[in-house]
Structures are given as structure tokens and as C-alpha cells.
Ligand binder design. Structure first.
Ligand code: PAF
Length: 279
């Protein structure tokens, strides 16, 4: 497995793969890898000849007062996990390499960037879209793999790829959960035992909505009310949003239909967690 720290090295390595006529899959990550990330790598391995991954804690997608400084950084462990999964190329640049002094150019996916997480985290999706665009320019992958857990991120990236004519297929992979339903997240590492239990309410609230929807209830207002009721039962958990939205536009809907996203974000202690289901 080759590790590249500079854009030049990574670009050359990726170009060599493509010149050899191989399909290149790409898994962008911020490290602190878990089974969710590894499922993306496995999907990439299944659909591509060569897999590249990036490990870069992107400062521009963290707001003031968010967890940039304490975000888990476990490069040696991540490298081992990627090597074990058969990843051929890893891009691990420094912040200076990715953002040269004086950089003032941003990618903003207007409208979508202030929905769901974008509403509570102003500037977050500008940072995500910018870094993903930059990574795509360096790697020029045939396909890139993202977790459906960040449903809004998937919508933002799909729209950016369409609007800016990137020649990359975006593949969204299913959420990977712990046995008790908790969606895997690098931020779960912040939770103590009690909070870990409290965090299960996110998944329970989504399951309650799914059950009600499957019993025939389509009114988004009633479905959301059921989800909110479940969240309220865990008093220590502070809700950020609970919405039913179109998967592509992230617009809230009145009638819930198959393919729509039920999305929740909430704080457990100081840790902000997200989860969703596709109806
Ligand atoms: O989903 C993530 O881990 C990040 O938002 C991404 C896509 C790697 C961009 O920094």
C-alpha cells in the first residue's frame, strides 16, 4: 500500500492506475475508521480494480466551537485497517498541502447546503463540497463511495458532481450499525457508557417512524410527531432536527413516500450524532 502525503505524488499514482486502464475507486475519509468506512472500502473493492482512500481531517468543515481539535486521529491504526482491506493508495495530506496560504476559492452548493445539518452547522457543507471537489481533482476517481449515514452530505455531493460535470459515479452505501442499532460513527468514541445507551434513542425514534409508516400512516406531521415523542422519552438527549425530506433536494415533505429520508440529529452530552433511514 502506497501512502502519498503530497498532491503531486497522489496525482501521479492515480494517473498511473488510470493509464493502465484500471477502474479507480475512491473512499474519502477523515480517519478514525470503523466498520462503516470499511464497508465503503469493500464496496469499492467489489466494483473497481484499484482502491484509493484519503485520510484528512478537513478543518474547513468544522465550525467555531466544534470538535476539530479533539476529532480522533489514529493514523497508524487506520493505515493498518486499510492495508488489511487491500487498499492500494492512501492520500494523507497536511492541512497546508490541501489549503495553500491565501486560498480563497470555495465550492458552495446553494440551497442544499443550508438544509438539515447545514442549518445547524453553517459553512459545514461549503467545507465538505470544497474538500471533496479538491480530492476529486487530485484522485480523478471513476467512482467515489460515501456512507448513507450522512444523507445530506450525499445529496450535496451528488448535486455538486452534476452541476460541475465531474466524471465520477457517486455510490452511497448503507449505514452500518452496532448490534443494538447505534449507527457507527467516529464520534461514538466521545460517548461514555451511559451516553452510549442514551444515544440508542436516535435509532429507536427512526424505527418507531418506520413502523408507523409501514402500518399505513403517510402524513409527515404525524410520523415526525411519533419520532419526536420517542426522542423526548430520553430526557438527556437534546434534539437538533427530526425531518422527513426528499433524498435529492432535502426539501421537507407533507406525505412520506418510499425513497424519502427520515433524518434525525441530536446532542448526547456535547456529542452531536446523526442518523437516518430510507423509507
Ligand atoms: O464524511 C466524511 O468523513 C467527510 O465529510 C469527507 C467526505 C471525508 C470530507 O471531509
Amino acid at each position: 500500500m502506497k501512502i502519498c502525503n503530497t498532491i503531486e505524488e497522489m496525482r501521479a499514482a492515480c494517473r498511473a492506475v488510470r493509464r493502465a486502464g484500471k477502474r479507480l475507486g475512491f473512499v474519502p475519509t477523515m480517519g478514525a475508521l470503523h466498520e462503516g468506512h470499511l464497508s465503503l472500502v469493500r464496496a469499492a473493492k467489489a466494483g473497481c480494480d484499484v482502491v484509493a482512500a484519503s485520510i484528512f481531517v478537513n478543518p474547513t468543515q468544522f465550525g467555531a466551537g466544534e470538535d476539530l481539535a479533539k476529532y480522533p486521529r489514529r493514523f497508524d491504526r487506520d493505515r493498518e485497517l486499510l492495508e488489511r482491506e487491500g487498499v492500494e493508495l492512501v492520500f494523507a495530506p497536511s492541512a497546508e498541502e490541501m489549503y495553500p496560504a491565501g486560498a480563497v476559492t470555495w465550492v458552495t452548493v446553494e440551497g442544499l447546503s443550508d438544509k438539515l445539518d447545514g442549518r445547524s452547522r453553517p459553512g459545514h457543507f461549503r467545507g465538505v463540497a470544497t474538500v471533496v471537489a479538491k480530492l476529486f481533482h487530485v484522485v480523478e476517481p471513476d467512482a467515489a463511495f460515501f456512507g448513507q449515514k450522512d444523507a445530506a452530505q450525499v445529496a450535496v455531493i451528488r448535486r455538486m458532481v452534476r452541476d460541475l460535470n465531474f466524471a465520477v459515479e457517486i455510490v452511497a452505501c448503507p449505514i452500518v450499525r452496532e448490534a443494538d442499532g447505534l449507527a457507527m460513527s467516529s464520534r461514538n468514541a466521545y460517548l461514555d457508557g451511559q451516553q452510549r445507551n442514551q444515544a440508542l434513542v436516535l435509532h429507536r425514534s427512526l424505527m418507531r417512524v418506520r413502523k408507523l409508516w409501514e402500518s399505513g400512516e403517510c402524513a409527515a406531521e404525524k410520523l415526525v410527531a411519533a419520532g419526536l415523542k420517542e426522542i423526548a422519552e430520553e430526557e438527556s438527549v437534546r434534539l437538533d432536527y427530526f425531518e422527513i425530506v426528499e433524498a435529492d433536494s432535502l426539501e421537507p415533505v407533507e406525505r412520506a413516500k418510499s425513497g424519502m429520508v427520515v433524518a434525525v440529529a441530536a446532542f448526547v452530552g456535547t456529542t452531536r450524532l446523526i442518523d437516518n433511514i430510507l423509507l
